[in-house]
Design a binder for this molecule. Structure first.
Ligand SMILES: Cc1cc2nc3c(=O)[nH]c(=O)nc-3n(C[C@H](O)[C@H](O)[C@H](O)COP(=O)(O)OP(=O)(O)OC[C@H]3O[C@@H](n4cnc5c(N)ncnc54)[C@H](O)[C@@H]3O)c2cc1C
Length: 629
């Protein structure tokens, strides 16, 4: 007998970083939401690095926050160290990165979920997806109970048919000693979902008491912490340090001597791994000319002796792991608390998804996170939020939220995976964004808060505060354009100290701020009437003035890009009927079903000539329709 255990608007499967954001978005937008996960103690678990953010990833978190997501707030509550990376370079690549207290991060997220109105949490393994008449209608769990829903979001991460590999030992199991989910893949396959098999790996966690930190370089956090969330005003914590050390020739020799025992090289692992997060054995083989590799020792939390050995992800056998670690300076007597391992899992081919993250051939079914072939907590959370918002929009019959490549890194991420697919775990990097001068982490609120507000995830009070900031930036830019700085002796001396060209005709403050060598703060003495402004306003004023030329140029490129994005392709266009398209282009266009001409132009195998044919066809079609009217 079928036992119907509950009815919901939205069911989210998986409480990793993607699932948490999806569930919160669904519930906050008023939908009765069920978050079902295999283990309620592993909500928002970080099975690998104990940190949030980093190059490109920090951008995703700030965008998520501006749209009303939770990750930024959660890391602000649980960080133990924070740094702005790449500050020696331009602001486009500045990225926030914070070390987390892993357990606190989980605890805070679980509490937020539990307190959320409309949100229900249950611990089960989902074994089957229910689909009726091409539409997702619910899930079946291991006990046989059925949960019905109007929309389902799958965010199962690295758990589907997961297999752990350590040297020549391998067994079925999920990350961090948890169970894998062995049945859902079969159900998805039966429904026609195309699955791929990827792998990833993690380093050992070592006992702090067995490490000699005096032989390593200490890595402190920034003296002034910039919060991830635009809503967090200040973070005042005692930061914990990380430590830097290096592998050496002895480490590499241990690895080379044991390569035949590495499942990566013996062929025991079939899944494809992330190129940008290689294991130490991979690094030693691929960069054989490098005499050393950086290793960071990072605390896993405030109340634990476990330390994460960043840079030494491995699937070598247990005794080789220990031997290799003990060759590293400061780790001569190291004790391992958790072994390094590789994990293989099933994920879907993301080209089966629409840009809204809905599955193309099953209505009301969404996928988010690592199941879509990505890697990383931030990438997962970003997709989770979009899938959650779009599940709600689907139920309400409104237009999905699709951020384009000029609006957000989130747009770049989703556009990349659904258009090009991925042959390995996809991770975000600043180099993937062509408009990165305008997609900065510092202006994520200016780009996206209005969207979050219109959707309903940003409250009235926050939105008003944001508008005040927005106006303050504009007012200050206008003001500095008008302020004249007289060519006094003091100014001349100041210029000389900066090696800057002086002129007797005087300057506007704006002209001075354009010079790379002049900063807003140091010009205070020449600008006695300046208003007292918050640091985040001053930062915007400086960046917008200093980089104005480049930013303007990028905006004109965006305008060109938008022209093709605005040329929408009818959903039911039959590419078979377009003469002049090459066979490869016809096949790819039919498979991806791009939403716009711009989208079509990014599909590999679709040439500029194919796009011209498509444009001519669409124009003829439009004319014919007009004549028929
Ligand atoms: C060993 C390892 C190493 C990694 N290394 C890195 C790295 O170096 N860099 C990096 O950026 N990322 C790394 N990652 C990836 C990172 O952990 C993930 O990208 C991120 O956690 C994905 O988030 P997610 O929400 O998609 O899935 P997950 O965090 O994996 O969460 C999935 C959730 O789904 C639940 N679930 C799964 N199946 C079912 C089911 N059938 N029924 C009910 N619940 C289910 C699980 O219980 C879990 O709560 C690594 C992951 C692992 C496991």
């Amino acid at each position: 007998m079928t036992y119907i255990a509950g009815e919901y608007d939205i069911i989210v499967v998986g409480a990793g970083h993607a699932g948490c954001e999806s569930a919160l978005a669904g519930a906050r937008l008023g939908k009765k939401t069920l978050l079902v996960t295999m283990n309620l103690d592993s909500i928002a678990l970080m099975p690998c690095n104990p940190n949030i953010g980093g190059t490109g990833k920090g951008h995703l978190v700030r965008e998520l926050d501006a749209l009303g997501g939770e990750m930024g707030k959660n890391i602000d509550k649980s960080m133990i160290q924070c740094k702005m990376l790449n500050t020696a370079k331009g602001p486009a690549v500045h990225s926030l990165r914070a070390q987390a207290d892993k357990l606190q991060y989980q605890k805070e997220m679980k509490q937020t979920l539990e307190k959320q109105e409309n949100l229900h949490l249950k611990q089960y393994e989902v074994t089957e997806l229910l689909v009726e008449n091409g539409k997702a209608t619910g899930v079946v769990v291991k006990t046989g109970a059925v949960f019905q829903a109007k929309a389902v979001i799958l965010a199962t991460g690295t758990y589907l048919k997961a297999r752990i590999v350590i040297g020549d030992t391998s067994y079925d199991g999920g990350p961090n000693g948890l169970f894998g989910a062995n049945e859902l893949s079969g159900s998805l396959r039966e429904l026609g979902v195309r699955l791929l098999r990827f792998k990833t790996g993690t380093p050992a966690r070592v006992d702090k008491r067995s490490v000699d930190f005096s032989k390593m370089t200490i890595q402190e956090g920034d003296p002034q912490i910039v919060p991830f969330s635009f809503e967090t005003e200040k973070i005042d914590i005692d930061q914990l340090p990380c430590y830097l050390t290096y592998t050496n020739e002895k480490t590499h020799q241990v690895i080379r001597d044991n390569l035949h025992r590495s499942p990566l090289f013996s062929g025991d692992i079939e899944g494809v791994g992330p190129r940008y997060c290689p294991s130490i054995e991979d690094k030693v083989v691929r960069f054989s000319d490098k005499p050393k590799h950086q290793i960071f020792i990072e605390p896993e939390g405030r109340d634990t002796y476990e330390m994460y050995v960043q840079g030494m992800s491995s699937s070598l056998p247990e005794e080789v792991q220990l031997k290799m670690l003990r060759t590293v300076e400061g780790m001569e007597n190291v004790e391992i608390m958790r072994l390094a391992y590789a994990i293989e899992y099933d994920n879907i081919d993301p080209v089966q998804l629409k840009p809204s993250l809905e599955f193309k051939s099953v209505d009301h079914l969404f996928f988010a996170g690592q199941i879509n072939g990505t890697s990383g907590y931030e990438e997962a959370a970003a997709q989770g939020l979009i899938a959650g918002i779009n599940a709600v929009k689907k139920l309400e019959g409104t237009v999905p939220l699709i951020l384009d490549r000029s609006q957000a890194y989130i747009g770049v991420l989703i556009d990349d995976i659904v258009t090009k697919g991925t042959l390995e775990p996809y991770r975000m990097m600043t180099s993937r964004a062509e408009y990165r001068l305008i997609l900065r982490q510092d202006n994520a609120d200016l780009r996206l808060t209005k969207i979050g507000y219109d959707i309903g995830l940003i409250g009235e009070e926050r939105y008003q505060k944001f508008q005040i900031k927005e106006r303050a930036v504009q007012d200050e830019i206008e003001r500095v354009k008008k302020v004249m700085v007289k060519p006094t002796k003091e100014l001349e001396a100041f210029f000389a100290g900066k090696n800057s060209t002086f002129s007797k005709k005087g300057f506007t403050l704006y002209e001075l701020l354009k010079r790379p060598e002049m900063g807003y703060f140091e010009l205070e003495k020449f600008d006695p009437d300046r208003p007292k402004l918050p640091i985040n306003v001053i930062e915007q004023v400086e960046i917008q003035i200093k980089y104005e030329g480049y930013i303007k140029k990028q905006w004109s490129q965006v305008e060109q890009f938008k022209k093709l994005e605005r040329r929408k392709i009818p959903e039911n266009l039959d590419y078979e009927k377009i003469s002049g398209l090459r066979t490869e282009a016809r096949q790819k266009l039919s498979k991806i079903r791009p939403i716009s001409v711009g989208h079509a132009s990014r599909i590999s195998g679709v040439s500029p000539a194919d796009i011209s044919v498509l444009l001519v066809h669409m124009e003829n079609f439009r004319r014919r329709e007009k004549t028929d009217e």
